[in-house]
Design a protein around this ligand. Structure first.
Ligand code: UT7
Length: 334
């Protein structure tokens, strides 16, 4: 039999500091009722001043390694999906490798915003089936609070910080990753973005070498347009991934969606004719943690002890770009 990619360890981490809707409503013109009714969010976790995205990633990775009964020395490759890297370069993955005490194996970041973990799982699965790596540490980690405009009520209420991780192992054994579908349509890129101006250089003008030339990024979003496309594309992609691998909606035991807005989650569950008890919902406590959202939701489900060996999980996400996708997994971890 051919190599299959199995999840053998799961972990997650949320920074200690919780920012409630009530607290937020003292900062911008919003209310707990509005945020809960329009998004399902009641609170979000915020990274500590002395933490970086890599620190969040390390905590989730340690828990996943521990859960797998492995150490960093057993890992052949490390991928961090993040849209809020510690710095422009080197990659956050290389910092995480160092902080975990790993050496020599390849480590790199991928950037597909909220779909980063879905993209990363698909990428790792392909490489592992091809025999390139035996064990991969796949992490989604974000400090979205660092790129949120805290004066913009349209966006600042939506995001939170955190990290999630899985350890993947390839074995000639049934189960594990069934497959994935990925999409991107760059024509939508301006509806959701955080423009980072590395310099204030305007084409055709001399470069500004002044000290304040370093730019900042802040999330800008046309919320209701993103919402409309997200509902459509997620509805399509769940059908597409099931068709591609010859499964029915009724075969899916757990829907593990990206946690952006409870109304988007419910629309996808409806499309799947899925009972809400079989959809993981963490948006209320975590808010939108971008690429950390799906692995954090998976970790939540796993730690509840809800997943049985042999059950089918459907992971999906929709992100800026727009980039979206889905993974199907037959749970093989006991
Ligand atoms: O993870 C990547 C994908 N991201 C998403 O999927 C996010 C998708 N979008 C959404 O989740 C929703 O569109 C939002 C939650 C962002 C907004 O909900 P909405 O139902 O689409 O509201 P809206 O943008 O149409 O705005 C409705 C009203 C506006 O007031 P007017 O113009 O009707 O007077 C907004 O100014 O709500 C107002 N509003 C707020 N009011 C209180 C917007 N933000 C707030 C706020 N508190 N925080």
């Amino acid at each position: 039999m051919s190599l299959q990619t199995h999840i053998v360890g799961v972990g997650g981490y949320l920074p200690e500091r919780i920012l409630s809707n009530q607290e937020l409503s003292k900062m911008v013109d919003t209310s707990d009722v509005w945020i809960r009714e329009r998004t399902g969010i009641t609170q979000r976790h915020i990274i500590a001043q002395d933490q970086q995205t890599s620190d969040l990633a390390v905590e989730a990775a340690k828990q996943a390694l521990d859960d797998a009964g492995l150490t960093i020395d057993d890992i052949d490759a490390l991928i961090v999906a993040t849209t809020t890297p510690d710095m422009v370069f080197p990659s956050t993955a290389s910092v995480v490798q160092y902080k975990l005490g790993g050496k020599d194996f390849p480590a790199w970041d991928i950037q597909a915003v909220c779909s980063g973990f879905i993209y990363g799982l698909a990428q790792a699965d392909g490489m592992m089936r091809g025999g390139m790596f035996k064990r991969v540490l796949m992490i989604g980690a974000e400090s979205m609070s660092r790129i949120v405009d805290w004066k913009d009520r349209n966006t600042c209420v939506l995001f939170g910080d955190g990290s999630g991780a899985v350890v993947l192992e390839s074995r000639e054994e049934e189960g594990g990753m069934i497959g994935s579908v990925l999409h991107c349509d760059g024509s939508y890129r301006q509806l959701l973005m955080a423009e980072h101006q590395h310099t204030r250089h305007e084409p055709g003008k001399p470069i500004d070498f002044s000290m304040d030339a370093a730019g900042v990024a802040a999330i800008e979003m046309k919320g209701n347009e993103v919402f409309r496309v997200a509902v459509n594309k997620l509805g399509e992609v769940v059908g597409e991934v099931l068709d591609k691998y010859g499964l029915q909606k009724s075969d899916v035991d757990w829907l593990v969606p990206h946690q952006a807005n409870i109304r988007i989650l419910n629309a996808t569950a409806k499309k799947m004719k899925m009972e809400t008890g079989h959809m993981v919902v963490t948006v209320g406590e975590h808010a939108n943690t971008s690429s950390a959202s799906v692995p954090l939701a998976l970790n939540h489900l796993y730690r509840q002890g809800s997943i049985q060996t042999g059950q089918i999980l459907l992971l999906e996400a929709f992100a800026a770009g727009f980039a979206w996708g889905a993974n199907l997994i037959r749970w093989s971890k006991s």
